[in-house]
Write a protein of this length. Structure first.
Lengths: 339, 204
């Protein structure tokens, strides 16, 4: 090995070549190490910017689509208007089983194991008048009256829709307006919905609640017929109605401020003309004389109220498994329940 | 007087210098080559672009499913011609999105941002397998295409829609040429079929 110290009797160039080589080696190793460090930094930044929440998004998307599927299944089964609850129960349960089988086949393509199981359901009653007429009681035992009881001993109401087919029949003074009242059983607190006309041809909806007392109203955006008031979804004529949702921080949805169970009554039913439908969670309404008990085939042209057995809510067990996520939850599906 | 260096030392020095220079150049070239193209550099395969496409398309599907325009788009079917309303003999849309609310959302969110997309509809067949139909086809996706899906259900009493969006009296169960078959196989469930909408999006 050459002596790196320079001695007087050797020319300096004797040892320079090997110093050059060693320096080149050192620089080469430095450059490669720097390249490695730069690459790691870039890869770290790449990993950090990846959307890591995709897996939880898929879970929530699946849960939402199951909720909509079961809700639609309940609605479709109820609208068959069966006179007994058995066929509705069977239809919903086999519908849920089908949803589970088919979605598990489709989700398996995305390497996810899913299942939907029916746990339990609640029977209720659907009260509807399907042809346009005044909202009078049925004529089974007495002559139709404008002030009558729709349902008693109710703890939950959902999918309450009123369609006004003739705005000219609505009253403009509040004492004559058509009113739906939810009154606590054995108490006095009440929640009232008035449907009237605002004087210029548009449907006006006023909501009053007690304890604390708040009153609010909203008007349909356009005049003309028909106008749909979706009481539980909170829309009038297709536009959002805060009076059916929240006003000044106070809940105004159907039955707000009224302790359950409550009764639902109608007054001034002769000052409105149209159709309506609502589902309550009380399954024993065959004894209400103001509402006819549905018998036989689906009734499509009835101008008096009928009560059909219906499913009020269903509880399903949803599970979603992938290699990074495990999710299992029980969902109570109540389509159209006021939140 | 110092002796002259041996004759062979010059060649050794040259060799060492050349090897040293080559080593240095090679390591610089290697180091530079490693950092030129990364997954985050501005090219069509960027990770940021994929993230953005994924969130835009899943937002489009989520909002359409919430308003009900997704199930309306599946039922926007012309039963006499056996295709979607406004399509040619192919049966799917190629040039413009469909003339319904779902098509409007696709146009605003994707077309106007320079994003091309294919929309496929997957459903269960009577035999129990999964089949797929095209709803919108714009060509072969590029390398960074992103797929997002959404599942909706069809019920036996859902109606087909006319070309202006109104409900017809024909239900999906009674339609003769509707592309989604009745997967119940004679059962009494109220769910007709489960349909999965897949949106494949890529930048052009």
């Amino acid at each position: 090995m050459a002596d790196l110290t320079s001695r007087g009797d050797h020319v300096d160039g004797d040892t320079r070549g090997q110093v050059l080589l060693v320096a080149a080696f050192a620089l080469a190793i430095t450059f490669v190490a720097l390249a490695l460090v730069a690459n790691s930094a870039i890869y770290t930044e790449n990993l950090a910017t990846r959307a890591g929440s995709e897996d939880t998004t898929d879970v929530l998307t699946f849960r939402d689509s199951v909720e909509k599927a079961v809700g639609g299944s309940i609605r479709a089964a109820n609208e068959r208007e069966s006179s007994t609850f058995g066929p509705i129960d069977t239809a919903v349960q086999s519908g849920i089983q089908n949803v589970s089988d088919w979605t598990s086949k489709q989700e398996a393509r995305e390497s996810a194991l899913v299942s939907v199981e029916h746990v339990t359901n609640t029977q209720g009653t659907r009260i509807a008048q399907s042809n346009a007429s005044q909202f009078l009681s049925s004529n089974t035992s007495t002559a139709p009256r404008p002030n009558w009881t729709v349902a008693e001993d109710v703890s939950g109401t959902r999918a309450f829709e009123i369609t006004v087919t003739d705005t000219a029949t609505l009253a403009t003074t509040s004492s004559d307006e058509f009113t739906v009242t939810a009154t606590a059983m054995g108490g006095t607190e009440s929640w009232e919905l008035h449907v009237g006309e605002d004087g210029s041809g548009a449907v006006e909806v006023t909501v009053e609640r007690e304890n604390p007392a708040v009153s609010a109203s909203c008007t349909a955006p356009v005049t003309g017929d028909p106008v749909t008031v979706d009481v539980t979804a909170g829309t009038v004529g297709g536009a959002d109605c805060p009076a059916l949702d929240v006003v000044s921080g106070k809940e105004m949805h159907f039955g707000a401020g009224v302790s359950t169970p409550y009764d639902i009554t109608i007054t001034n039913g002769d000052h409105i003309e149209g159709r309506y439908s609502l589902v309550v969670d009380n399954a024993t309404l065959g004894s209400n004389p103001d509402v006819s008990a549905a018998v036989g085939d689906p009734l499509t042209n009835e101008t008096q109220p009928y009560a059909y057995p219906a499913m009020y809510s269903a509880t399903v067990d949803v599970s979603y498994y992938t290699d990074v996520v495990e999710y299992r939850s029980e969902i109570r599906v109540v389509p159209g329940e006021p939140s | 007087m110092s002796p002259l260096p041996p004759r062979s030392r010059g060649q050794a020095h040259t060799l060492e210098a050349v090897v040293g220079a080559l080593l240095l150049l090679a390591s610089i070239a290697f180091a530079l080559q490693m950092t030129i193209v990364t997954p985050l550099s501005a090219s069509t395969s960027s990770q940021h672009i994929e993230n953005q496409l994924r969130s835009v398309s899943s937002g489009v599907l989520a909002s359409s499913a919430a308003t009900g325009s997704l199930t309306d788009a599946v039922r926007y079917w012309n039963d006499t011609s056996g295709g979607f309303h406004g399509t040619t003999a192919l049966g799917y849309y190629t040039n413009a999105p469909p003339d319904n609310a779902f098509g409007d959302v696709l146009n605003r969110s994707l077309d106007q941002q320079g994003i091309a997309y294919n929309v496929n509809v997957q459903y269960q067949t009577k035999k129990g397998t999964t089949a797929e139909t095209r709803m919108i086809y714009r060509g072969e996706p590029s390398g960074h295409a992103v797929t997002t899906t959404r599942t909706i259900t069809l019920h036996h009493d859902d109606r087909l829609l006319a070309s202006d969006g109104t409900r017809q009296s024909l239900t999906v169960a009674n339609a003769t040429r509707f592309f989604v078959p009745d997967a119940r196989g004679g059962g009494s469930g109220s769910v007709y079929n489960v349909v999965r909408i897949e949106v494949v999006a890529w930048r052009i």
